[in-house]
Design a protein around this ligand. Structure first.
Ligand code: DHB
Length: 389
């Protein structure tokens, strides 16, 4: 078979791109190794920047986020047992929306189905070939067991952090950073403990209180990268979370049955360049951020917004050189997000080898951020998202 754009990966980046290309009149085929049900059950982040919400609504994917998502006009930074609100609306006139990535995926997958998009879930034995030629290809075995070959003008690698397509970029540079900790994430059946997110620094380590619905909550706490979820009983998890949130104000979390426990990987990664011949990378295949600040999904959506524009020139005007502008345009935001995610991470986590000086310096940094309107505004600007140039 053949198509204009072959997209490897049917997560939010791949599906959003396929949608935007169809709006621009460009055919694409998406291949994905997982089933639709499997992706719908993968819990990821839950915060959408203002422009991510706009993209979903204005490009015609769905306005469900406006009806079922929750607008958050700020966050709490909590340290020394005291909460400090960062008022996004007051500081930068913007909000974010609590809307789980699983719902973003459901909306995108439904929109692709509604619009007759060609998305092949559950494929196996995927490979990309001839990426530096004029007719690169995707090879795969479809869900019925039939071997397929699809040739296209441009291939997009949107196949996640363990990207197979990325490995074909032989002359890439990998920028990489590991952290000496991870996050332990839980989902529980309980009412919300707070109306907005609480990012907490405590002597026992970081904790984040997030939400999902009126009856389901999402929480995370810093743990060791080799932590095993089986070592953590419900009682032990609640004791740890309560201890990290405790303060003179008497704040306590509302507890409930924990029905999902996961240890999340924690690293920073950027690939450069994002174009190799007629292959371009997007989303987690191109870069990974640590979860603090919830930038991963937002970066993926921002990538494909730029990429859809670039592909319009490359495919409809046969201007393949347009693909070259993608790396610089996308990486500008990616590095800002790397800086922000790393800043939020190092400001709020307990670093294993921290000296007494380091601990006081970290508390001073947090105090400086909440006491300075300028610093708070910078945090609010980053958190709510940078405008697309
Ligand atoms: C969530 C995850 C994050 O990494 C974050 O910074 C905020 C919220 C979440 O899953 O709700």
């Amino acid at each position: 078979g053949s198509t204009r754009v072959g997209i490897v990966g049917g997560g939010p980046a791949g599906l959003m791109l396929s949608h935007l290309l169809q709006v621009a009149g460009i055919d694409s085929i998406v291949i994905e190794t997982r089933s639709r049900e499997e992706i719908e059950q993968t819990h990821r982040a839950g915060i959408l920047e203002r422009d991510s919400v706009r993209l979903l609504v204005e490009s015609g994917v769905s306005d469900r986020v406006l009806r079922e998502g929750h607008e958050h006009q700020g966050i709490d930074l909590r340290f020394g047992g005291v909460s400090h609100r960062i008022d996004f609306q007051g500081l930068v006139g913007a909000s974010v929306w609590l809307y789980p990535q699983t719902d973003v995926f459901i909306d995108l997958a439904s929109a692709r189905e509604r619009d007759g998009g060609d998305v092949r879930y559950g494929v196996t034995e995927t490979a990309v070939v001839d990426v530096t030629s004029d007719r690169p290809g995707m090879l795969f075995t479809d869900a019925e067991g039939v071997r397929q070959e699809v040739r296209c003008d441009v291939l997009v690698g949107a196949d996640g952090s363990h990207s197979m397509t990325r490995s074909t970029v032989v002359d890439r540079k990998d920028y990489f950073r590991q952290y000496p900790f991870a996050w332990f994430g839980i989902l529980c059946e309980a009412p919300p403990s707070a109306p907005e997110l609480i990012y907490t620094r405590s002597e026992r380590g970081f904790a984040l209180i997030s939400q999902r619905t009126d009856s389901v909550q999402r929480m995370y706490f810093q743990c060791s990268p080799d932590e095993s979820v089986d070592d953590w009983s419900e009682d032990r998890i609640w004791a740890e979370l309560q201890a990290r949130l405790a303060g003179a104000d008497g704040f306590t979390l509302k507890e409930g049955r924990i029905f999902d426990k996961t240890v999340l990987p924690f690293r920073s990664y950027v690939c450069e360049p994002l174009r190799y011949g007629n292959l371009v990378l997007a989303g987690d295949a191109a870069h990974t951020v640590p979860p603090t600040g919830a930038k991963g999904l937002n970066l993926a959506l921002a990538d494909v917004r730029v990429l859809a524009e670039v592909l319009e020139s490359a495919v409809l005007k046969n201007d393949k050189a347009a693909l070259d502008s993608y790396t610089a345009r996308a990486l500008d935001r990616v590095w800002k997000a790397q800086y922000f995610s790393n800043w939020m991470t190092t400001m709020l986590h307990a670093l294993p080898d921290a000296s007494d000086f380091d601990v006081r310096r970290q508390l001073a940094e947090l105090t400086a951020v909440v006491d300075s309107e300028h610093a708070s505004r910078y945090l609010a600007e980053c958190y709510t998202g940078w405008p697309t140039p």
